[in-house]
Design a protein around this ligand. Sequence first.
Ligand code: AMP
Length: 424
Amino acid sequence: MFKRIPGTKDILPEEALTWQKIEEASRKIFFLYNYREIRTPILEQANLFNRTLGENTEIVQKQMFLIPHAEDCYALRPEGTASIARAYIENNLDKTSVFLKLYYLGPMFRFERPQKGRMRQFHHLGCEVIGTEEAYIDIEIICLAGVILEELGIKGYQFELNTLGCSKDKNGLKELLNDRLKDNLQHFCPECKVRFNRNILRILDCKKKACQEIIAKSDISHTHLCPECKAHFHLVREGLNSLGIKYRINPYLVRGLDYYNRTVFEIKHPGLGAQDALGAGGRYDQLIHELGGPVTGAMGFAFGIERLLLVMNNTPTDNGKDLVYVIALGEQAKKETLKLLVNLRKSGICADTDYTSRSLKASLRGAGNLQAKYVVIIGEDELKKGTLTLKNMLSGEQKEIKATDLIQTLKTDIKCCARTPAGN
Ligand code: AMP
């Protein structure tokens, strides 16, 4: 028997309803904030990620799903930003408006050791604003992330905020860290010893207690920032304060990817356990230019959908449908049911049957299991008279109506087609 690959998941219909809820809620908020959806391929040239995330990042070093090919090496995308930057340049999207607000939803792939909240195939729900360095965008994006969480009914999260400064400042920060940490190098874990030389900022992300203790003593403040970056960060904080958005400044929050600069943020939730970030993001003002595009500021963030699910209240709700279940008693009735179902569905009414020759009692039980709101019974007698029996499953009320009146009765009296399928 085949099994799913560790770190992947089957999203079964019951759970898929909650996924649809998340997707619908976030699409609604992105719409209100005037974002438009972008869908990029899951496969990209591996080099796109090597170049943008950085050769020395953990994702590139250890976590990429690579597909070597005669002509090139492809990768299953580990994140969305690099692909969107590529698409922005390749499709000349800078020509379409002053700045572009894009959102995306979809699977990402990282070869990690699976654990709670850490998958090999997981899903991002994220957005990017390309075309401006304005701090107001940083504020709006952080605000937007909070609004999505509110819409999903998620509480108890905390924003952590920091600035890395421009590339010069970032180099200053690396030097500062080098200076503060070098005397303690022997006490770091083996990975951090490697990070010290390859990607020193990443040391700050280490979860090991011994490393954290040394880091906590390193006392990094914002001394590495130039006046412009200080002013930018000041504006971001002022804006967040004016909107009443609570956050904690965390000077140790660096986000290990090469492309980040200036504002970076993370949204933490104590309900998640060790992998405590619900989402994260930041500015990447050099990335578009480095990939061959125009000089332009940009910022984005992504939530991990699996982690949103871990902290959402997932009490099962109804299936979101006003299902009309048809029970056909006898062969002739089954034939009539075929036509009846086509007409019900054409009228926008969700309808079903199982075409089995069960007893009325068993079929009613089946309808109940499917959470049908209404049952239509067609038997020999009804066929002769041109009528149907309509049963309201909630009230138990049952009445005989003319077959030709069914759709109108359902539409007007019962208003069963008031809802549309999820996502529409
Ligand atoms: P990152 O691109 O690493 O900043 O990730 C953004 C968000 O995606 C994180 O805050 C998590 O919520 C989620 N995420 C990242 N990696 C994984 C993973 N391996 N499994 C599940 N969710 C993840």
